[in-house]
Design a protein around this ligand. Structure first.
Ligand SMILES: *[C@@H]1O[C@H](CO)[C@@H](O)[C@H](O)[C@H]1NC(C)=O
Ligand SMILES: *[C@@H]1O[C@H](CO)[C@@H](O)[C@H](O)[C@H]1NC(C)=O
Ligand SMILES: *[C@@H]1O[C@H](CO)[C@@H](O)[C@H](O)[C@H]1NC(C)=O
Ligand SMILES: *[C@@H]1O[C@H](CO)[C@@H](O)[C@H](O)[C@H]1NC(C)=O
Ligand SMILES: *[C@@H]1O[C@H](CO)[C@@H](O)[C@H](O)[C@H]1NC(C)=O
Ligand SMILES: *[C@@H]1O[C@H](CO)[C@@H](O)[C@H](O)[C@H]1NC(C)=O
Ligand SMILES: *[C@@H]1O[C@H](CO)[C@@H](O)[C@H](O)[C@H]1NC(C)=O
Ligand SMILES: *[C@@H]1O[C@H](CO)[C@@H](O)[C@H](O)[C@H]1NC(C)=O
Ligand SMILES: *[C@@H]1O[C@H](CO)[C@@H](O)[C@H](O)[C@H]1NC(C)=O
Ligand SMILES: *[C@@H]1O[C@H](CO)[C@@H](O)[C@H](O)[C@H]1NC(C)=O
Ligand SMILES: *[C@@H]1O[C@H](CO)[C@@H](O)[C@H](O)[C@H]1NC(C)=O
Ligand SMILES: *[C@@H]1O[C@H](CO)[C@@H](O)[C@H](O)[C@H]1NC(C)=O
Ligand SMILES: [Cu+2]
Length: 564
């Protein structure tokens, strides 16, 4: 491959390039994009509190990775912080190349203090907005950034060309040290303190104290159309997002084009991305963009509203912005209606290759759990499980253990069905919330088609869970409230243009069915993308076997793969 069309971005210009569409990449052939990520601690002040946070290159949010479909991306990560680190390139398929996927102890051992690791991957058959984030502890709170993948040279967007584009990263801010917050929750066995603010591009906006200067402003010109690349980088909150006075046209989610539809607000779960077109066609003024959680059960979450400003060129900063009508945090109907509108574009150029036949049917229950913990506050520890199994993190990477045939690290006996069926979404179950523990995964035959039904349960309480699968996109075949009925529900599946994505919400007290073709060999993590639940064990992995051909097996590990 060599250095064809090689471009070296300097660290300083990273934040600026890409704002002008197409002006930053002129290579007509696949290029190599090189990035240097230095993991460094930096003091940052928000909400009148200064604290050291872990960053990439001192930036919060971190730098944007810009590339084109077909490019090779090489990121040299050097860890100068006191924490173990690993970086996940969320939504990139990493064909045969799990070594570059990033989840600690799943596909690699962490990059220890003073060490480095170079992530080297190709972007094949994907274009749109994705993102990268730390995949260890709760460090992704501050270690995250956008990935912008432009279509191949000469391939336009399948929607009107926007004038300019902006990245909008939604996040959560704690005044305390995030690792202390996480640790305290673990010691007590209870949910840790909720965040103190939501943020838009790292800034909470002027509704918070000391935050006037911590407000993201997006300047627009009347009559122009803008592309917003929205990422939910929050740890634990699904969010509604809206712009006062302006509708949004959804054109892409998770780097897959959608059938465009217009909406007053979007719903975006942690891990998901959403591209929208916004027309600056209103009276020149200042308008708030705002984000606030969707939570439709009685669980305490940070429900505060982050704001940023959409400002028409020439309007003075003294004008007080108008607030949008955000749905109520408990607005289940708006959430369900929104998700129902998402459909793959399914054009000849961007077809939806939905598996029509299923080789393997899986049914996983999603539930909270309470296990004995003599040192915890209540003598119990809140946990979570899939099919009544709380996942135990291994001490070495599962991918290495699989590749090198190391025994004793994991077992492949994760059950295809819950061990004991029950009325999953009936009355709340509050007694015997014990679970089994293990590093148990499921083995999938190469190129088999898999259907997985994720069923929420009322163990302790029902709750909405955004599930993320590494190494794949999947199709969202159907979703419903209550218990999945295998006799009736598949008849209502969308077999034509279901949304293809990498993270999907399992609705509160309901189910979601997904399908994918297991054509990417490796070990692929699947977990709830609420960091709280991931930490409680709401995760497992798929071991996808090698295929018969020379191009169907896991690539050899890179020489600098970190050791444990
Ligand atoms: C960062 O802030 C901490 C606590 O306020 C302080 O002790 C430390 O010296 C600061 N470090 C830098 C590099 O400013
Ligand atoms: C990665 O960056 C470190 C620190 O700048 C440097 O020492 C090392 O040579 C780089 N590695 C590669 C493969 O470029
Ligand atoms: C990326 O693509 C290049 C060129 O086709 C190939 O040589 C290289 O092995 C690929 N790398 C990975 C990790 O797949
Ligand atoms: C969590 O909140 C409690 C109550 O406000 C406070 O006492 C405690 O110090 C907080 N924990 C952390 C780690 O900040
Ligand atoms: C936004 O959409 C709503 C509902 O479709 C419509 O009533 C409203 O007029 C639209 N607003 C703008 C600014 O286009
Ligand atoms: C946010 O939560 C607080 C309690 O934590 C509650 O009093 C308030 O009504 C909630 N706000 C909204 C908009 O739901
Ligand atoms: C949802 O919240 C609104 C505003 O806080 C409240 O008036 C309403 O009763 C709540 N609805 C439900 C179903 O809890
Ligand atoms: C656990 O302890 C906390 C704090 O003391 C208390 O609020 C909560 O109700 C207890 N939960 C259970 C299930 O015992
Ligand atoms: C499950 O529980 C719900 C709510 O309590 C109830 O309406 C339903 O009849 C139950 N289903 C079965 C099969 O028992
Ligand atoms: C989960 O497993 C535990 C321990 O084996 C058992 O006591 C419990 O009944 C199981 N719960 C469910 C919902 O199957
Ligand atoms: C996977 O199976 C599909 C359907 O049978 C087939 O078209 C495709 O070529 C297979 N892919 C590989 C890599 O074997
Ligand atoms: C960092 O990772 C190594 C390798 O897994 C482990 O031995 C070490 O305990 C970790 N350090 C911390 C502070 O967690
Ligand atoms: Cu969850």
């Amino acid at each position: 491959m060599g250095g064809r069309g090689r471009i070296n971005f300097s660290r300083v210009t990273l934040a600026l390039v890409g704002l002008f569409l197409g002006s930053f990449i002129s290579a007509s052939e696949a290029a190599v994009r090189k990035y240097q990520f230095d993991i460094k601690v930096k003091n940052v002040s928000r909400l009148c509190h200064a604290k050291p946070i872990v960053t990439v290159n001192g930036m919060y949010p971190g730098p944007t990775i810009y590339a084109r479909e077909g490019d090779r991306v090489i990121v040299n990560v050097t860890n100068y912080a006191q924490y173990n680190m690993s970086i996940h390139w969320h939504g990139l398929k990493q064909y045969r190349n799990g070594w570059a996927d990033g989840p600690a102890y799943i596909t690699q051992c962490p990059i220890q203090t003073g060490n480095g690791y170079t992530y080297d991957f190709n972007i094949t058959g994907q274009r749109g907005t994705l993102w990268w984030h730390a995949h260890i502890l709760w460090l992704r709170a501050t270690v995250h950034g956008a990935i912008v993948i432009m279509p191949q040279q000469g391939t336009p967007f399948p929607f009107p060309q926007p004038y300019r584009e902006f990245n909008i990263l939604l996040g959560e801010w704690w005044n305390a040290d995030v690792e202390q917050v996480e640790k305290q929750g673990n010691i007590m066995g209870l949910p840790p303190n909720m965040s103190d603010a939501h943020t838009i591009n790292g800034k909470p906006g002027p509704l918070f104290p000391c935050s006037e200067k911590h407000t993201f402003v997006m300047e627009v010109e009347s009559g122009k159309t803008y592309l917003l690349r929205i990422v939910n980088a929050a740890l634990n909150d699904e969010l509604f997002f809206a712009i006062a006075g302006h509708n949004m046209t959804v054109v892409e989610v998770d780097a897959v084009y959608t059938k465009p539809f217009t909406t007053q607000s979007i719903l975006i779960a942690p891990g998901q991305t959403t591209n929208v077109l916004v027309q600056a066609d209103q009276a020149p003024n200042r308008y708030f963009m705002a984000a606030r959680p969707f939570i439709d059960v009685a669980i305490a979450v940070d429900n505060k509203t982050a704001t940023a400003i959409l400002q028409y060129k020439g309007v003075p900063n003294t004008v007080i912005p108008l607030l949008p009508n955000l749905p109520n945090p408990n607005d289940t109907q708006t959430a369900l209606d929104y998700n129902k509108q998402l459909r793959s574009l399914n054009s000849p150029q961007f077809p939806a290759n939905v598996p029509q036949k299923v080789d393997r049917n899986l049914f996983y229950t999603v539930g909270l759990a309470m296990n004995a913990c003599p040192t915890c506050v209540n003598g119990t520890r809140l946990q979570a499980s899939l099919n009544n199994i709380t996942f135990v993190m291994p001490q070495v990477g599962l991918l290495q253990a699989h590749y090198f045939n190391t025994s004793g690290v994991f077992t492949t006996d994760f059950p295809d069905k819950p061990p004991r069926p029950f009325n999953y979404t009936g009355a709340p179950l509050t007694a015997n919330l014990r679970t089994n523990h293990g590093t148990r995964v499921s083995k999938l035959a190469f190129n088999s088609t898999v259907e997985l039904v994720l069923q929420d349960t009322n163990l302790l309480t029902v709750e909405s869970h955004p599930f993320h699968l590494h190494g794949y996109n999947f199709f969202v075949m159907g979703t419903g409230i209550g218990n999945f009925d295998p006799a009736k529900d598949p008849a209502n599946y969308n077999l034509v243009d279901p949304m293809e994505r990498n993270t999907v919400g399992v609705p509160t007290g309901g189910w979601t069915a997904i399908r994918f073709r297991a054509d990417n060999p490796g070990v692929w993590f699947m977990h709830c993308h609420l960091e709280l639940h991931t930490g409680w064990g709401l995760k497992t992995a798929f071991v996808v076997e090698d295929g018969p051909g020379p191009d169907h097996s896991i690539l050899p590990p890179p020489a600098d793969l970190p050791p444990c």
